[in-house]
Write a protein that binds this ligand. Structure first.
Ligand code: CDT
Length: 305
């Protein structure tokens, strides 16, 4: 498989709380069709791409909460997406809420997968850095209940052989943590898919509202450069459920340069050519880990407590 191809972030505009899966999947299919016409081989959909960003609400009714989760992947709702991707030979990344029934009860994860051009799931990741809070905080203009609605991912930070190279996944808040990117970089990641839902307004530090787009690109660009990897960041954007989400979906080169960036906060395909061999420019030079890293001096990084 050629290591040179066009990759894209498939940014999504708002998904409202009652928007049916069929309608969301139709939007994903429209973006995939645009990708096919533009000869894109890999498409990154956002975090929790099948539903609204439901952690912004306190949901006391368990049946209502369960509605936002997938119990199997693929399933009947997303089958058309898998079929279209297979027909077009297009790989994709998809974020979704995952519910697993066990003898001990329900386990909930914020999950994302890579699916290859033949419709096979090649990698699964469960979000490790879950931001926000566990309890209802009615004084806030909106909630961020990821700590309540998900448990920490239990799959580590895996990479997989994918699209002729090595690929990994981070989910939203993970991108702000250099350790998460470095965990993928240490395994040779050449392409990292990052879906995100990031509010423009941060109620605990509103003075940072104006910096949200900057911090997004700062994190994605630093992660790309410091690990010599392409990064494809895909936002859920716009006014969703009364909350404004940033856009800025982009494709970042291993040099840290943004190759393409969204111009809207709606459904938009943001595409750029990727040449995985360009990762060597960084991996063999300034961030040649074998030559220059000093892990025995980094003990503090993994010290617990
Ligand atoms: N989805 C997600 O992880 N969003 C967070 C918001 C942080 S504010 C609680 C982010 O890091 O973008």
């Amino acid at each position: 498989m050629s290591r040179r191809f066009v990759a894209a972030a498939a940014q999504l505009g708002p998904i409202e709380r009652d928007e049916p899966r069929a309608s969301v999947v139709a939007r994903l299919l429209a973006l995939l069709e645009t990708a096919r016409r533009r000869d894109v081989r890999f498409v990154v959909f956002p975090e929790l791409a099948l539903t609204t960003f439901f952690p912004r609400w306190w949901i006391a009714d368990e049946a209502e909460l369960d509605r936002f989760y997938e119990r199997a992947m693929p399933n009947a709702d997303v089958a058309p997406l898998f079929a279209a991707a297979r027909a077009g030979g297009i790989g994709f990344h998809l974020g979704y809420a995952e519910l697993t029934e066990t003898a001990a009860g329900k386990i909930r994860h914020n999950t994302a997968i890579l699916v290859d051009g033949e419709g096979r799931i090649g990698l699964k990741y469960r979000k490790i850095h879950l931001p926000g809070h566990r309890e209802h905080e009615p004084a806030l203009p909106f909630q961020h209940l990821e700590k309540r609605y998900f448990v920490r991912g239990d799959l580590g930070f895996p990479v997989a052989d994918f699209m002729g190279g090595k690929a990994g996944i981070l989910i939203c808040n993970d991108r702000r943590w250099p350790e998460a990117f470095r965990s993928l970089g240490l395994q040779g990641a050449e392409m990292v898919a990052v879906g995100y839902n990031t509010p423009q307004h941060y109620p605990r530090a509103p003075e940072h509202d104006r910096l949200q787009d900057f911090h997004n690109h700062l994190s994605l660009q630093a992660g790309a450069y410091q690990n010599g990897t392409y990064v494809i960041g895909a936002a859920k954007a716009g006014f969703e459920g009364g909350c404004e989400l940033i856009g800025g979906s982009c494709v970042v080169a291993p040099t840290g340069e943004i190759l393409a960036v969204a111009a809207t906060r709606g459904d938009e395909l943001v595409a750029a050519e990727v040449d995985l061999d360009r990762c060597r420019e960084i991996k063999a030079n300034i961030f040649n880990f074998a030559l220059h890293r000093q892990p025995d001096a980094y003990g503090l990084l993994t010290k617990v407590g």
